[in-house]
Ligand binder design. Sequence first.
Ligand SMILES: [Zn+2]
Length: 222
Amino acid sequence: MHELPECAISACRPYFREARGDFVVRKEFGYSWKVYGAGIEIHIADYLSDAPDDVLSDFCDMVCRRAKGQRCPEPPSYLDHIRSDRYIVDNRPTYIRRSRNLLRSACGEVAYLHDSVQRLLDSGLLTESDISNSYMSWTRRDNVRRVGFCSTMFRVVGISSRLDSDDVPDFVRDYVVYHECLHLRQGYRPSRRVHDAQFRSWERLFPQWREAESVLRRLGTA
Ligand SMILES: [Zn+2]
């Protein structure tokens, strides 16, 4: 893998005498560090390999502070970069390629995910801005416990192919799609609770949420 550039290494020098690191291939974005003697070794997922110098040096500054045990939030330059349409459009194809469980199609055997999205838009539960620059697909595996997931970083929603079935009513699919699209509305916000009170209050706006959850529970135990 390729080494971190000089701007990243020099951002570590105020904290560590020696620094080295590289970009590594990961499906999910992440990073790790190891402190050795007076030095630090940092591994960052390669999604950041094209980031501007200031983003990388601010990011490494954060990693070093955390390695020193300081509480340090994600730097604004990093958050702006990650949340930009450019970053998402450039990196999402890689994320999708690495997500082996994605069917890479919103069109299932019996249901089309964008029909659910359209109903949610028509009813006013979702707005166009919630789902802007997003990607939606069925999964390959028919997981019954994890019926959906959302990568807020890459704005990708996956819905379990277990729900692509005649025995699942439309409103249940709509409810699961709605839940995942609410994560898109929240956006990328690391180190914050995802299912917070705000999220739950949005979720309860879905008229048949109780029935939908009981259908999902039955699927999970069938
Ligand atoms: Zn969720």
